[in-house]
Design a binder for this molecule. Structure first.
Ligand code: ZN
Length: 92
């Protein structure tokens, strides 16, 4: 079974670029589709805030890739693993 993604593609994702520079942490949640498990996990990635539009675009695509990788690893775990990480954070 290959579950449909529950993670919205980040097509509506907008970086809120303020005067602050440095790193911004973005969180995204995924949820196991097995009803008896129903584990939600928090994915997080940190991105450097860049100045040019192009750099920001590149940052967003690498962000999406990292989130998708984390999402895949979440779904590749079985539910006994999910149970152990119910409140955990999936690291890169
Ligand atoms: Zn599960």
């Amino acid at each position: 079974m290959s579950p449909e993604t529950t993670m919205r593609p980040l097509k509506d994702f907008k970086l809120n670029v303020s005067a602050n520079t440095g790193f911004q942490k973005v969180f995204f949640s995924v949820r196991c589709l097995q009803e008896e498990c129903d584990t939600a996990a928090l994915l997080s990635v940190e991105i450097a805030m860049s100045k040019s539009d192009l750099e920001i675009e590149n940052a967003v695509s690498s962000l999406v890739e990292r989130l998708e990788r984390q999402e895949r690893s979440f779904y590749s775990m079985d539910c006994s693993m999910h149970g152990m990480m119910k409140t955990g954070v999936v690291d890169d």
